[in-house]
Design a protein around this ligand. Structure first.
Ligand code: ADP
Ligand code: MG
Length: 413
């Protein structure tokens, strides 16, 4: 398991305004924070930039981003500066070179964008020698490969630069997934095969199911009785976590609780026990799971509505990382929506609209009589087939009249 600094979720939320990681972002960021060379293959729109921007903010020193087009760089630069990241570029159209160089040397930059022809030059290398570099991010990394659709010979000159800073992790990013290109990028940029991470939002081995809450302790006990492997139950509060853990331990399964309010030693011990276990049930707040790599989690259950579809996807996605069949169960009730509305009402008005949209999207997920996976994947910009054959609605199509009007009623109220 890779360590993940506890401030990472806070930065993700406070700096970037995202409720959670998407898809493999968490995995990529974990690797980078642990200093490991990585090639991330993620579809367009999957959120590649965050994979280096977040470590750039979290790590001491500057992240050097190599990007092939000035227009692309300047788009990203503006977006980064808009959320308060200290970012600059060194291109032919930038007038403030001296200032940028000073900021780099003074440790006053999180992100520096350069083109490959600049990055590979001796002058730039001299500059880097006088600065603290946290990360090299090679965007559009398929440009390094003659197999790729956009070969740029200048990308081939990057390797000596990367190798001169052996302690600085390198992260290559591209949306091009064909395996010749992929293998070539690994070789050209000196990234070990185990550093290859391929996204795609679908998790076909996870069976999704949604249930109206109706005597939750019994529902969860039944669920656990039908499962043999390790599982995580996400509960909404610390108190609920401990209470549920106690109730569920009566099923005879080893059960522990995890939340940020526990004594750090107890927390670490519970986490270690879970990672080593083949049948433990961990009842946790969403503080649990970040950066924990346990491939054989067989089920994830949510005792209440999560905060967003991103959160749900991320949390449920901790099941079945080994590719074997796994289950995701979401229990919800009308009171979850009532509580969400109350919580939103107390927020800064600027944030209310976004939060309301998140809850509405969740309403769509729990209410639907159609494929759950299709709803999740469409939320992430994919274009899935209408039925997956591996969710509750596909396996047991509900009667065509929609019996669950509760969510809608609470949303429109
Ligand atoms: P890519 O480079 O992979 O095509 P970008 O980095 O441009 O994707 O990100 C695509 C969009 O996804 C951006 O609008 C970005 O703000 C958004 N995004 C990235 N990460 C997240 C996240 N964890 N949650 C929500 N939105 C995200
Ligand atoms: Mg930094």
């Amino acid at each position: 398991p890779l360590p993940m600094r506890p401030d990472i979720p806070t930065l993700l939320h406070d700096v970037f305004g995202f409720p959670g990681f998407r898809g493999v972002q968490e995995q990529v960021v974990s690797r980078i924070m642990a200093g490991q060379a990585t090639l991330a293959i993620m579809p367009t729109g999957a959120g590649k930039s965050l994979c280096y921007q977040l470590p750039a903010v979290a790590l001491e020193g500057c992240c050097v981003v190599i990007s092939p087009l000035i227009a692309l760089m300047h788009d990203q630069l503006r977006a980064a500066q808009a959320v308060g990241i200290r970012a600059a570029s060194l291109t032919s159209v930038d007038a403030d070179w001296r200032e940028t160089q000073d900021r780099l040397r003074n440790g006053d930059l999180d992100l520096l964008y350069v083109a490959p022809e600049r990055a590979s030059g001796e002058g730039f290398r001299n500059l880097l020698r006088a600065a603290k570099i946290a990360l090299f991010a090679i965007d559009e990394a398929h440009c390094v490969s003659e197999w790729g659709h956009d070969f740029r010979p200048d990308y081939r000159l990057l390797r000596p630069l990367l190798d001169e800073f052996p302690d600085v992790p390198r992260l290559a990013l591209t949306a091009t997934a064909d395996h010749h290109t992929r293998d070539d990028i690994l070789v050209q940029l000196g990234i070990p095969r185990e550093g290859l991470i391929i996204a795609g939002f679908d998790r076909p081995n996870i069976r999704y199911a949604v249930h109206p809450r109706d005597g939750l302790p019994r529902q969860l006990s039944d669920l656990i009785a039908g499962q043999t492997g390790p599982g995580i139950v996400y509960a909404p509060t610390r108190a609920a976590t401990e209470k549920l853990a106690e109730t569920l331990s009566k099923t005879g399964r080893p059960t522990r609780a995890y939340h940020a309010g526990l004594d750090p030693q107890v927390r670490a011990a519970n986490q270690a026990a879970f990672i080593a276990s083949e049948d433990m049930v961990m009842v946790a707040t969403i503080a649990f799971g970040m950066g924990i790599d346990k491939p054989d989690v067989r089920f994830v259950a949510h005792a209440a509505l999560p905060k967003s579809i991103e959160g749900y996807y991320q949390e449920s996605g901790r099941a079945g990382r080994d590719g074997e069949p796994a289950e995701a169960h979401l229990f919800w009730g009308a009171d979850d929506f009532a509580r969400a509305r109350q919580r939103i009402g107390e927020l800064d008005p600027l944030r209310q609209q976004g939060e309301r949209a998140r809850i509405t999207a969740l309403g769509g997920l729990v209410e639907t009589g159609t494929c759950r996976r299709a709803i999740l994947l469409r939320h992430f910009g994919e274009n899935p087939p209408p039925g997956c054959g591996n969710c509750d609605n596909c396996l047991n199509p509900p009667p065509s009249i929609d019996a669950t009007q509760t969510a809608r009623k609470f949303l429109s109220a």
